[in-house]
Write a protein that binds this ligand. Structure first.
Ligand SMILES: [Zn+2]
Length: 273
């Protein structure tokens, strides 16, 4: 994880917003183009405004973070990311944002090729997972998938089992209720390495270290980063990867903002309403 610098970047928010407001029309197609990220190298070099101020680059999905509540400059809509549609690769699902409909099931599930585990994900996410695995494996950091897509009923059964075993309060810290799970989107996967399955030790495996550093290059984020339970509603899960697409993953890598909630300026989701 590169979770360090969000504070410094966040303090820039008002300036960014002013600059965007002044120069929204001046941001050429190049600055907003996803093609700029197609090589996986989301350069962080600042552009320079007409007034000579350094202006952090704004990408199509890299909406400036306004969650800190600083200033009153209205945010300019620079993102076209769909965070509501259950079939959107940028859908945000958490304890206050259930899937709509809660019974949603993707239509383009495929088996993730060339990754042990026989898991299924949506087609685009599966291809990205295959590529991530190949890159990791080439560095001696291969992994398997424990589970990826889980249907509404499978999630209901899993949560019920955890709740029966450990109580609902404990289960809610690591397992989603049906309709509230990223696994139901077909965009998330729990991965494992030898000797460590769904445990904190995964972060210290070669695979865990690799995905923390490189998953974004293939459009994934470690969805439940450390010290973010009050935002995401879940304990640190170094094994849970969520496909969000290269634009969003690169923008978050560049900004250092570690959660989708903060990236998209959403309310924290520590618990169910
Ligand atoms: Zn998971």
């Amino acid at each position: 994880m590169t979770a360090a610098p969000p504070v410094a970047r966040r303090r820039l928010a008002p300036a960014v917003l002013i600059a965007v407001g002044c120069f929204a029309l001046g941001l050429g197609a190049g600055a907003l183009s996803s093609a700029a990220l197609a090589d996986g190298d989301a350069a962080a070099e600042p552009t320079t405004s007409a007034a000579g101020e350094a202006v952090p680059r704004v990408t199509a999905s890299g909406a400036p973070d306004v969650s800190a509540g600083e200033g009153t400059v209205p945010a300019v809509e620079v993102t076209t990311a769909d965070i509501d549609g259950p079939g959107s690769i940028t859908v945000v699902v958490n304890k206050v944002r259930p899937l709509q409909p809660e019974q949603y099931a993707p239509e383009d599930l495929v088996t993730v090729a060339d990754v042990p585990g026989d898991a299924t994900m949506r087609e685009e996410a599966a291809a990205a997972m295959t590529a991530l695995h190949a890159a990791a494996d080439a560095e001696g950091a291969g992994f398997a998938i424990s589970t990826a897509y889980r249907s509404h009923s499978a999630q209901a059964n899993l949560y019920a089992a955890y709740a029966a075993e450990q109580g609902a309060d404990a289960a809610d810290r690591f397992s989603a209720r049906a309709g509230y799970s990223e696994h139901q989107t077909g965009l998330a996967a729990d991965i494992r390495a030898d000797g460590c399955n769904l445990e904190p030790c995964f972060a210290d495996t070669a695979a865990g270290r690799y995905v923390a550093e490189h998953a974004w290059e293939h459009g994934f984020v470690v969805r439940y980063p450390p010290d973010s339970e009050d935002v995401t509603g879940y304990i640190y899960e170094p094994w849970h990867l969520r496909y969000v697409g290269l634009e969003t993953a690169a923008a978050m890598h560049e900004s250092g903002i570690a959660t989708l909630e903060e990236h998209f300026g959403l309310d924290p989701a520590p618990e169910y309403r």
